[in-house]
Design a binder for this molecule. Structure first.
Ligand code: KMH
Ligand code: ZN
Length: 271
């Protein structure tokens, strides 16, 4: 077991959920900022951020990212990671737009896939354009890998010089259309990485808890929050992001893995 502190990342709102699907969904800048603060107090050091417009719809509007960022910064210290994935179908230009605010990190999805009934489109041009925007703004990329082919794309793109030299890798497992959250998939993907590469896992739905526990034991890091799963256990919705984060922090402590402070997370990621 590694004694590297565990980085917990929390995706506090996501782009696909609605209040009908999850009644406690934070939507306004104030609500999102409070959800972020509570998650940080429970042990998260990274906040993975999507934002919503005045109607509660997912948006990549720069003014709203700016407002939410300010409100989060007023409440807590954390590593802010903007989504460049947006919602399924968000135009490429909109996806790139918030990166110019220079958050600490931004996501970079590594391939096209079925996303439930939809298509999450990440053509070669999309990936290269977002990668360029990220590098141009001196932001650290988190590569989102939903499927094995995307791990191979990582190597291919890296060899071509299309990726930043340094990045963090997040495996998102359990989206219908991508790889499932079977532990064997995590091992397969993790073994594909270069030595020393930092990685985390985001288990979707019922995979969130077992994948979190395995990542802690394997020396990886964990993403846990309602963007990926709204249940605390089968049949019981979670009260909040903080409740999900708090459980992962407790499991880590029981496994003798300290939970990273924000400063430690910055150091581990090389931010
Ligand atoms: N909403 C998903 C289609 C990201 O944040 O970078 C994409 C997503 C990935 O959430
Ligand atoms: Zn996201």
């Amino acid at each position: 077991m590694t004694d590297t502190p565990l980085i917990i990342s929390c995706p506090v709102v996501g782009a696909e959920l609605t209040r009908e699907m999850y009644p406690h969904l934070p939507l306004t800048p104030e609500e999102i900022a409070e959800a972020a603060r509570d998650a940080v107090e429970a042990g998260a050091s990274i906040i993975h951020l999507h934002v919503r417009d005045e109607q509660g719809k997912p948006t990549q509007r720069v003014d709203i990212f700016e407002e939410v960022t300010k409100k989060i910064r007023e409440r807590c210290e954390c590593i802010l990671q903007y989504s460049t994935g947006g919602a399924v179908g968000t135009p490429l230009e909109d996806r790139c737009a918030p990166v110019k605010l220079k958050p600490d990190m931004a996501t970079l999805s590594m391939g096209t896939m079925n996303f439930g009934p939809d298509i999450y489109e990440n053509t070669e041009n999309t990936i290269r354009t977002i990668s360029h925007a990220i590098q141009e703004n001196n932001v650290m990329a988190e590569l989102e890998i939903f499927d094995y082919g995307m791990a191979e794309t990582l190597e291919r793109f890296s060899a071509k010089g299309w990726l930043p030299e340094k990045f963090h890798v997040d495996f998102v497992l359990g989206i219908p259309g991508g790889m499932t959250g079977d532990i064997r998939n995590l091992i397969l993907l993790k073994d594909q990485l270069r030595p020393g590469q930092t990685w985390s896992v985001a288990g979707v739905g019922r995979y969130q808890l077992p994948l979190s526990a395995h990542a802690i034991a394997m020396g990886g890091h964990v993403r846990v929050g309602i963007e990926d799963n709204v249940y605390y256990r089968k049949g019981e919705m979670t009260m909040s992001n903080a409740q999900l984060v708090g459980r992962v922090a407790r499991i880590a402590k029981e496994l003798d893995r300290p939970v990273a402070t924000v400063g430690e997370a910055r150091e581990i990621l090389g931010l």
